[in-house]
Unconditional design. Structure first.
Lengths: 304, 439
């Protein structure tokens, strides 16, 4: 009997090993569709025959009148980080200053005020748009010098023309990789090339130079001018916002830990504004008044 | 009886387990969601399920494809290409995609078939609908003819063979199926984007479901806006074909004219106007700037960076709790749970992705051009660059825009590039390099 059970035990070993190994383990592949539900959905989609116009104006109904201003400040709740130099590997004569490569701009904190630069604040839904915030036709010069994009984060309105300028004595190319806007053209030394974004992006689109891949900047085309980028002291201001409306504001930074770079805050002040995991908050403005928000951002809101 | 054969009982048990467990053989072939997009956007499991349901409603399954009239795809072609491989009574082969394509491009068309890891370059991921070898402007979709040409010619210098020996009907079916997988992939990303941008927690704290059955506005968005945009892109491709200015096309050149054109092309190649030398290198070997990525590898790269940053984020978040009050500590503990879950998700998805590789500029001395070696093919590459890659264009970026190079200059570059395989690399007298621009 003892002998027999030993044999049984031996058989058990490969069996258990095989079961545990589970046929070449793979990572999680995601859910599989439920066929019954899919058929129901298909019926609904088929009966919908592109009713033209219906829902085209769907969005937020306008309810208020008058205009207000949103003003605020983002400060860093820790010691300002030091920026490492760019990894300059080409065109050293042009792209370095006295042999020193320029510093990165991934997280700029002002040592005096602790203000955080280059946070983008923009309105996701505007039921009414003030005439001063309508689409702009004014061309913008977007310069590159010493292999650095002079403007690091650039919001603009759809249809606004960009002059991609090259002030260096070496060639560049600007490679814009938006979800809806893409562009990649060579820019000769000392010349400039035009580009006009045609579609709105939900979040800033990354751009770089393929010849000098360390060059990095962001561009955000929006339907209206309700956007701002924080200055060196961390302040921003968006004037002429529709008052009396529930506005949803997106806050973005290239190092933001939320999806796509949303700045996610769970501080007590942020809770007042129903700050979401997508880096959005809600606010309602009063006519002819300025709403001030002052936010202290912990270092955990930024990716290292 | 049992007493006599205890061992055989075990054998039987193991055999039964093997059959029941069945190691994937009886597993149904299914489409899988783009989990990189899902995890990067922190799409909740409920939404993941709703998204795959909607996608299946629109596009069907790998064995049973279906289309909506709006897609303007030919279902007969798709049925011919989809499903398992089998021959009908007339000897007609079915399941063409799985026979010829899926082992590299994968069931989803995500470029991650079983052989993908061993190939360089990796097989194309159709889902972003970005194709490198085409006749259209950089941001535009390829034409049906472009996809057809790639199937007929293959892609020289890569693992992609020519399928010119297949009957024309089979090639046409495969072209249609590639378009289908591509649109399907675009729709998946569009839905993920829609769920992320517009849905999420409602005012009551519950998730607003993706439910086109009961929400007519969502039906509107899905069919008219999301699918509409995708289909328009494909439909407009023929209008986006780059036709060279007929007056500038060089024909019947004497050898002296040819040499003069090559000379001008060389000057452009090394100059700061066309900037070719920066990436293709001083001898055209493709050994210039090699640090950049194409969009497919860049996406994985970004995902990898996000994954790598999470452990540190967990560490700093945990450290930050020391100076917090009770209420904040509770909230931060919830954040930590989410962060840990996110890290697990990221790691699991990363395991499925192909390790990112740099975009290596073409070695122009081999006379082998992936997008075709006709002068027109090279002209279009110089004109509009190569979609999805670091290669920029020198011509106008969209019809009517202002280009950097004139048509004449582009043809001079074409001539120079075509002469490069025949120009000895070690003939410095012929190379007038401006060393100032080369480091």
């Amino acid at each position: 009997m003892i002998k027999q059970s030993k044999t049984c035990g031996l058989w058990l070993v490969p069996c258990v090993v095989w079961l545990a190994s589970g046929c070449g383990e793979r990572g999680y592949l995601g859910p599989v569709a439920n066929s019954h539900t899919a058929i129901e959905i298909r019926k609904a989609l088929d009966t919908f025959s592109g009713s033209a116009g219906e829902g085209a104006t769907a969005g937020v109904a306008s309810s208020g009148t008058g205009w207000g201003t949103l003003r605020g400040r983002f400060t860093f709740d820790a010691a300002p980080p030091t920026m490492a130099p760019y990894d300059v590997t080409k065109d050293l004569a042009t792209c370095t200053l006295d042999g020193k490569p320029p510093l990165q701009q991934t997280l700029l904190v002002d040592s005096a005020t602790k203000g955080i630069k280059n946070i983008v604040v923009f309105v996701r839904n505007a039921p009414r748009v003030h005439e001063s915030a309508g689409p702009s036709k004014e061309p913008i010069i977007f310069d590159q010098k010493e292999c650095v994009f002079v403007t690091h984060v650039l919001p603009l309105t759809v249809g606004q023309s960009l002059q991609l300028k090259n002030s260096d004595n070496v060639g560049h190319n600007t490679n814009i990789r938006g979800k809806k806007n893409t562009f990649n053209q060579t820019i000769p030394a000392g010349a400039s090339v035009p580009f006009t974004p045609q579609k709105e992006e939900a979040l800033p689109a990354p751009m770089n130079c393929s010849i000098h891949p360390w060059m990095s900047a962001y561009m955000l085309p929006r339907e209206n001018g309700y956007y701002a980028v924080t200055a060196e002291d961390g302040t921003f201001e968006i004037p002429h916002l529709p008052a009396g409306e529930d506005l949803e504001i997106q806050v973005w930074h290239e190092r933001g830990t939320g999806p796509g770079g949303g700045v996610v805050l769970s501080t007590p002040e942020a809770k007042e504004y129903k700050w979401s995991k997508k880096g959005r908050f809600k606010v309602k403005l009063e006519p002819d008044k300025t709403k001030e928000i002052d936010l202290n951002v912990p270092e955990t809101a930024f990716r290292s | 009886m049992t007493k006599h054969h205890p061992t055989s009982e075990w054998i039987a048990l193991v055999a039964v387990l093997l059959v029941v467990g069945g190691c994937g053989q009886s597993e149904q072939v299914v489409f899988r969601l783009n989990m990189r997009e899902v995890v990067s956007n922190q799409i909740e499991p409920q939404y993941q399920q709703q998204i795959v349901n909607v996608i299946e409603a629109m596009f069907g399954t790998p064995d049973g494809p279906s289309v909506m009239p709006e897609m303007k795809l030919d279902i007969k072609h798709l049925k011919f290409a989809a499903g398992p491989v089998w021959d009908d009574q007339a000897g007609r082969r079915h399941g063409l995609y799985r026979k010829h394509c899926a082992h590299c491009h994968g069931i989803n068309g995500d470029g991650r078939g079983p052989t993908a890891l061993f190939l360089d370059p990796y097989p194309r991921d159709y889902r972003p609908a970005v194709f490198k070898f085409k006749s259209t402007y950089n941001p535009a979709r390829p034409t049906t003819n472009d996809l057809h040409r790639t199937l007929m010619n293959g892609v020289p210098g890569t693992a992609m063979p020519s399928f010119a020996l297949l009957p024309p009907a089979e090639v046409a079916a495969l072209v249609e199926y590639v378009k289908y997988l591509s649109m399907r992939g675009q729709m998946e990303t569009a839905l993920i984007g829609y769920v992320f941008d517009e849905l999420g927690e409602g005012d009551d704290g519950n998730l607003i479901p993706l439910d086109p059955v009961n929400d007519s506005e969502q039906r509107n968005v899905i069919v008219d806006e999301l699918l509409g945009d995708i289909v328009t892109g494909w439909e407009e491709a023929p209008e986006q074909v780059i036709h060279p200015d007929p007056d500038a096309i060089p024909v019947d050149k004497s050898s002296a004219q040819w040499a003069a054109s090559v000379d001008k092309g060389r000057t452009l190649f090394y100059g700061t106007k066309a900037n070719c030398v920066k990436c293709h290198g001083p001898t055209g070997l493709g050994d210039g700037q090699q640090d950049d990525y194409n969009i497919w590898n860049k996406a994985v790269m970004t995902f990898e960076e996000a994954t790598d940053s999470l452990p540190n984020q967990i560490k700093t978040t945990r450290a930050s709790m020391k100076k917090m009050d009770k209420e904040q500590t509770v909230a931060t503990k919830e954040d930590l749970v989410l962060l840990h879950r996110s890290l697990t998700d990221h790691r699991e998805v990363l395991e499925e992705l192909l390790p990112p590789r740099n975009a290596i500029p073409r070695n122009l001395r081999q006379g082998m051009f992936r997008g075709g070696r006709r002068p027109l093919d090279i002209y279009r590459k110089v004109y509009t660059g190569i979609a999805g890659t670091p290669m920029p264009g020198g011509g106008p970026v969209t019809p009517g825009a202002k280009g950097t190079l004139s048509d004449e200059e582009i043809w001079q570059l074409v001539d120079y590039v075509r002469s490069l395989p025949f120009e000895p690399a070690s003939q410095p007298t012929r190379l007038r390099i401006n060393y100032d621009v080369l480091n």
